[in-house]
Design a protein around this ligand. Sequence first.
Ligand code: AMP
Length: 463
Amino acid sequence: MGMSVKKSKEKSAKGWSASGGKKSASKSVKSKGEKIAKTYSVLRGMRDILPKEERYWKKLYHSIEDLGQYFQYGRIETPLLEEASLFVRSVGKGTDVVDKEMYLFEDKDGTKVCLRPENTASVVRAYIGNGLWNQSQPVKLWYYGPMFRHDRPQAGRYRQFWQVGFESLGSSDPSVDAELILIAYDLYKDLGLSVTVRLNSLGIPEERERYRNELVSYYRSKRSYICGDCKNRLNRNPLRLLDCKAEECRETKDNAPQIIDYLGSESKNHLMKVLEYLDAVEIPYQLDHALVRGLDYYTHTVFEFYVTDIEGGAQSALGGGGRYDLLAEQLGGKPTPACGFSLGLDRIVSAWRENLTKTNSEVPREKLDIYLAQLGEEGRRVSLRLLNDLRASGIKVGFNFSKSSLKAQMELADSAKVQFVLIIGQKEVQDKTVIIRDMESGIQEVADVKKVEGLVKRKLGRA
Ligand code: AMP
């Protein structure tokens, strides 16, 4: 019976594990009329991030944390679950995020809630609700965490994905827009990624409205030349017409009216000042009149970041942001000019790793200081105690208590490239000693177990 159960388990694991693309996430497996536990796979569009990727995420997090500290942004953590109308009112009806992609459900008390699809609206809610407008302005915040959008999964597009965002609330100065672009640019630079900044201005609502009307009447006159998606966009969200990548729409799009011609002098001035600041810090940018971003709340500056050597397909944007001067008011707060960005961490990690592979480099694994090998049950007990003492001294120790052969443990020590191995066998337990082996010279010495901590510290130059 053991065999047949094993066989069917293997079969089920093969059929249901890796893809994550099957409709159902679990399956019961029967073996010779007997039902065994069903297997589960990750939900479509979701994924596990395993320890082998951890060092990339960790380094990325540290770089972000350093930038936050340097530019004086405080970390904010908001709940994953919010009232759904927060996003309907901010991101806006007619956007894909709100109309199609929210993980929406009714809470036990009947409140309509959703898993956050983005974090700017939550940050603004927190700014208003916690009275942060009472503090000295601008209030500068950064966040890091998962977002949820029920989009069609594909390479670089997940239903749960990670974003980092920086938001500066309370100042309308164009230097704030430039500061934010600089922070994001520096993050990419720290990772060795060369990015292109694309930039546009969406002006103020009146200007955008005038432009939108012009765009609609232009596209109506070209209705027979545009794709089905664009026909829909024309009714639902006309600015997104400029996002279309279909070849049949290219000429129409290229000849479409441009928003810059509809901006008043203040909006133009704001844009010019942002560009001057970017010139001052030598950040290259491209003005892109087709850049509109998907969400309703933007005013004035909008920007996106693309890896320089990847063709700008929709899913290759590594991040984006812009100014949202009216959002706080829309959400019931005082008028609060603000600007921010969010970057897609899954895509950053992937572009970064691709880049490292190309240049034949990698993020180094965390180095162990020493290795601890043991023999027998008593040896393991003493080792566990010693391991804990060494941890308290900040010494990183490699070990594997499930290995009982010394040879196997020495091989592990060898591959961890440590200089010293501590060995505790039965004799050492009895004598209350530890063998310290220098892996380079092969010389071994015997030390009193009580003195080993100090001795190791000295050998590692930490005493
Ligand atoms: P957005 O504010 O929607 O432009 O998102 C900012 C960044 O988050 C994008 O530029 C992407 O890098 C990333 N992002 C957005 N949606 C997804 C997704 N479904 N999967 C992975 N990354 C995403």
